[in-house]
Ligand binder design. Structure first.
Ligand code: TYC
Length: 105
């Protein structure tokens, strides 16, 4: 991959400016393991919030269960934060302590 910073001139009537653009940074939404949230609930939440198939969601859930954490999806900052909030809101409603964090990559 080349330099992700793009630079190009913008022509206006009497001056020429340079504008620099970058792609937005990406963030992992990371699920954390706990001893109380059910596997079924975690799988369903991953399907619903991250648009994963049942099989993909099961793999992610099992990765979290075995290793303590796992990436459910990767997004720009605000989308990642919103999804993490949505996961924890759904869990809180069901009295599960499921936690989800956002990590810049
Ligand atoms: N460890 C939980 C159990 O055995 C299942 C679980 C998986 C919980 C993933 C949280 O993010 C999680 N019921």
């Amino acid at each position: 991959m080349g330099d992700k910073r793009l630079s190009y001139p913008i022509h206006s009537t009497d001056t020429e400016e340079k504008t620099s653009l970058s792609y937005p940074s990406l963030y992992h939404v990371v699920l954390l393991n706990d001893d109380y949230t059910t596997m079924e609930f975690v799988q369903k939440v991953i399907e619903k919030v991250f648009h994963k198939t049942a099989q993909e969601a099961m793999q992610i859930m099992l990765e979290v269960h075995r290793t303590g954490k796992g990436v459910a999806g990767t997004y720009t900052r605000d989308i990642a934060r919103t999804k993490a909030e949505r996961v924890m809101h759904l869990a809180f409603r069901e009295n599960f302590p499921l936690k989800c964090i956002v990590e810049k990559i």
